[in-house]
Every structure is written in structure tokens, then in C-alpha cells.
Design a protein around this ligand. Structure first.
Ligand code: MV4
Length: 449
């Protein structure tokens, strides 16, 4: 059994994990860089260990410091949150070598699904629908040309080691293919030290629809329905909602069982997400798997009533899932807005600084996951997410009105401080967003300027 969890993260997710530990009666250890010495999770946790200077490479990404903190405090498990070391199979392996439970899937599974080409191969074998494209990496420009001609344009070239939109290029015309192939390979080599790429048919009008799954170590898996994450800017999600208004119960059941089947086929354990594209005809296509808890997990919690972080901790201890698939019921509608310290007027440039005012909204069915408080210094060293605003309502229309109301209450001010609150207010006033009839190009198409 897990008695003490070390939280290898910072910000809102570290606090979220600490709260789950407290409710489970499990002790928790915060780790912090010099920039986070007086953070919310440091105040909340049972113990806190300084792990290094502000630069993440020397603190939250520095495996020896984190393992050292776990050994020193006697933590028997590590929750990696999202980002940082959460999808590093090498870190999961080091935890195992030290007898520490990594709260996530086995290292070998993280490795298989972390490579988007091998993930594609594994999910094809499990019978999931894949867009027309390659299974093996494409080794030469001649082969790329041959494959793309065969698929038909537009195609997308993706780095095998990529994911989340990094290292991809869309090719609209045959004459652009070779150059794009060479460029994507070079980019992939530079970012990931792995030049392997694969090619797929590119869907221009599709929705980003992802299925939340949880699997235990006894071989059971369930899904918690889907999230629509089509409102993205440069592959950063801005708004997520559950359920998607574009799925029928039958389609949801089909996508959900495909996701669970795919995960169980590779021996997955813990919480995870299968990303799909949903096309105009209501067909779904597997894109990639995320082997971590995601930023947007609260919308799934709000429509199912299931605490995903507690579930992660339970299954990591070898306990069975607390719910069968039949017991998972989707109720109402939840929406999340990511509130970032960024300036939408300056191309969403990060805007770090001190929060003189931080007054989050309240009221019915209004949840704010945040580590911020008045006087808190938003550091330029880390991700600009300062709060997640999540609302629930019986239906989408009421949820939209509730979010607009909550956004209008949210006050964040400080010298040089800019946030995405006003941008979200414009989105929630937009008739196309309100109609729900939009695709992954919503921001470019409707929010430009
Ligand atoms: C695609 C796609 C269309 N066709 N692949 C983006 C993140 C990563 N998980 C994969 N992504 C996409 N892959 C094919 N074959 C559309 C996206 C995509 C997207 C593309 C452009 C602008 C915004 C987007 C938002 C979500 C997904």
C-alpha cells in the first residue's frame, strides 16, 4: 500500500494531487525549486523538499534530486503530474529500481505509446481505425513522394517522437512534398534527437475528440467518455468540454470500447487518453495516446463524478477500479477555460509578474483549480497556466452562460500582467462557438485579430 506520495511537479496540478492524497489519508511530499519556495503546494503538503534552482532542468526535470527527495522522506510512490517527467519511461524505470511506485503505466508501455509510429502500429493491431498512411517510418524522400501520391493530398508529415502537435507539417500540393519531408526530418532530429517521420492523410475539417480511460493492474479498463478539445491555438488547448455534442450514445460506446481495447492490448495501467479525430461524416480515427493525467481531466470528473487522481493512486497500489463501465454515467455538461498569463494582443506572449489582485469566481458549480493567490509571483521559468476555470451545468447552453458569468467575475491584475480571460469572453460571445458547429480551425477562422 502507498503511504506517502511525492509530487514531482508544481503549480495547480501539484496542489490538485496533494488534495487527492489528503482525502485518501495518504501523506504527501512537495518538491520545489527556489522560485516556488512559498508556493501553495509547499504550504499544503505534509513535507516539502527543496530540489534546486528555478530552471526546470536543474529542479523539476532533475531525476537525481527528485529520487533523492523521495528516499530522504521515505515516500513510497511518485506522482509525476503532467509535463516535466510525466511521460519519461526512463524516469519510471529509475523509480522502479529504487522500489518507488511510479503513478502511471509501466515504463515499457510509456515507451511504446510515446513513439507515435509504434503506437500507430500497436493500435492497428488492436483493430482501431487509422487514417490512411504509413505504419513504418518513411526512410527516403522518394518513398515519401510515393506514399503521399498514393494517399492523396493534403497529407501531414509527423515526427515519430513528437506528439501534441510538435514536429508536424501539412503538405497541400505534390510539389511541396519533398521539401516538407526534409524539413520535418531536420526539425524532428533537432527537437527530439530522432529524425523518424510518418505520413498520414490530413483532415482539414475535423474535431479533436479524446477518450479518457482508466485501467487497473488486474486487466480491467473503463472509459469516462470524451472531451472535445477543438479550440486550440498553435496546438495549445484553450477550451475543453465534455461531453462532445457531436457523438451519439452509440458512437461514444464504440469509441470508448475501442480506446479501452487498445489500451488493454498493450498492458496499459492507470489513467490515459486516446486522441481521435472525428470527421464530418462522424467517423473516428486514432491519432495518439497520452500516457499521463491531462490538464483538462476536470471536465471528465465533473460529468462522471469520478476523481481521476484518486483513481490513479488506487490503481497504482494494485487496487481494482472503483466503478464498472455500467456504473459510469455522464450527467450534464462541463467546460474548462485555461487562464494563462499571456497577452492575446501580443500573439499570446507570456506575461510574468506579481499578482497584485487575484480574485477567482465562485458560485454554484464553478470550480477553480489554481495555485495562485494575491501577491504570488508568476515565474517566467514555467508554463503560463495560472488557473483552470471549470463549470458544470445540466446542459451546454447553461454551461456557456455560467462560464460567461464566471469569467466576468475573475479579476487578475498586477504590473505587466495580462491574461487570456478577455479572449475567452470573446469566444463565449461568439455565435459559432455557441452553436458548437466548429472544427480545429476555429481560432484561425473566427478569432483572428
Ligand atoms: C492531425 C490533424 C488532421 N489530420 N492529423 C494536432 C495535435 C496532435 N495530437 C495531432 N494534431 C492534429 N493531427 C491529421 N492526419 C489535425 C490535428 C489538429 C490540429 C491541426 C491544426 C490546427 C489545430 C489542430 C487542433 C487539433 C488537432
Amino acid at each position: 500500500m502507498v503511504e506517502k506520495v511525492l509530487i514531482a511537479n508544481r503549480g495547480e496540478i501539484a496542489l490538485r494531487v496533494a488534495r487527492a492524497c489528503r482525502e485518501l489519508g495518504i501523506a504527501c511530499v512537495a518538491v520545489y525549486s527556489t522560485a516556488d519556495a512559498d508556493s501553495a503546494v509547499v504550504r499544503f503538503a505534509d513535507e516539502a523538499v527543496h530540489i534546486g534552482p528555478p530552471a526546470a532542468a536543474r529542479s523539476y526535470l532533475h531525476i537525481p534530486s527528485i529520487i533523492g527527495a523521495a528516499l530522504k522522506t521515505g515516500a513510497d510512490a511518485i506522482h509525476p503530474g503532467y509535463g516535466f517527467l510525466s511521460e519519461d519511461p526512463y524516469f519510471a524505470e529509475i523509480c522502479a529500481e529504487h522500489g518507488i511506485t511510479f503513478i502511471g503505466p509501466p515504463a515499457s508501455v510509456m515507451e511504446k505509446m510515446g513513439n507515435k509510429a509504434t503506437a500507430r502500429q500497436a493500435m492497428k493491431e488492436a483493430g482501431l481505425p487509422l487514417l490512411p498512411g504509413t505504419i513504418e517510418p518513411v526512410a527516403t524522400a522518394d518513398e515519401a513522394q510515393y506514399v503521399a501520391d498514393d494517399i492523396g493530398y493534403p497529407v501531414i508529415i509527423k515526427a515519430a517522437a513528437g506528439g501534441g502537435g510538435r514536429g508536424m507539417s501539412v503538405v497541400n500540393r505534390r510539389e511541396d512534398l519533398r521539401r516538407a519531408y526534409q524539413m520535418t526530418r531536420a526539425t524532428a532530429q533537432a527537437i527530439f534527437k530522432d529524425s523518424n517521420v510518418y505520413i498520414e492523410r490530413y483532415l482539414r475539417t475535423a474535431r479533436h475528440t479524446e477518450i479518457q480511460i482508466v485501467c487497473d493492474s488486474l486487466g480491467d479498463g473503463i472509459h469516462l467518455g470524451e472531451r472535445d478539445c477543438s479550440v486550440q491555438r498553435r496546438h495549445q488547448k484553450l477550451i475543453e468540454e465534455a461531453p462532445s455534442i457531436h457523438l451519439t450514445p452509440e458512437l461514444r460506446a464504440a469509441m470508448g470500447s475501442a480506446a479501452v481495447k487498445g489500451a488493454l492490448s498493450v498492458g496499459y495501467t492507470g489513467a490515459g487518453t486516446m486522441e481521435f479525430l472525428l470527421d464530418e461524416e462522424g467517423r473516428y480515427w486514432f491519432m495518439e495516446m497520452n500516457t499521463r493525467i491531462q490538464v483538462e481531466h476536470p471536465v471528465s470528473e465533473m460529468v462522471t463524478g469520478i476523481d481521476l487522481i484518486k483513481e490513479q493512486i488506487r490503481v497504482a497500489q494494485g487496487q481494482p477500479l472503483t466503478h464498472s463501465q455500467d456504473e459510469v454515467r455522464l450527467t450534464g455538461h462541463a467546460i474548462e477555460c485555461r487562464i494563462n498569463a499571456e497577452d492575446p494582443a501580443r500573439d499570446f506572449a507570456p506575461a510574468a509578474g506579481r499578482l497584485e489582485e487575484f480574485a477567482p469566481p465562485g458560485g454554484p458549480w464553478t470550480r477553480v483549480d489554481s495555485h495562485c493567490r494575491p501577491g504570488w509571483m508568476v515565474s517566467p521559468y514555467y508554463d503560463s497556466l495560472i488557473a483552470k476555470l471549470i463549470v458544470w451545468a445540466p446542459d451546454r447552453g447553461e454551461a456557456l452562460d455560467r462560464m460567461a458569468r464566471a469569467l466576468s467575475e475573475f479579476r487578475v491584475n498586477g504590473p505587466g500582467m495580462r491574461t487570456t480571460i478577455g479572449f475567452h469572453q470573446r469566444v463565449f460571445a461568439h455565435p459559432v462557438f455557441r452553436s458548437g458547429d466548429f472544427y480545429t480551425d476555429f481560432i484561425d477562422r473566427h478569432m483572428a485579430g
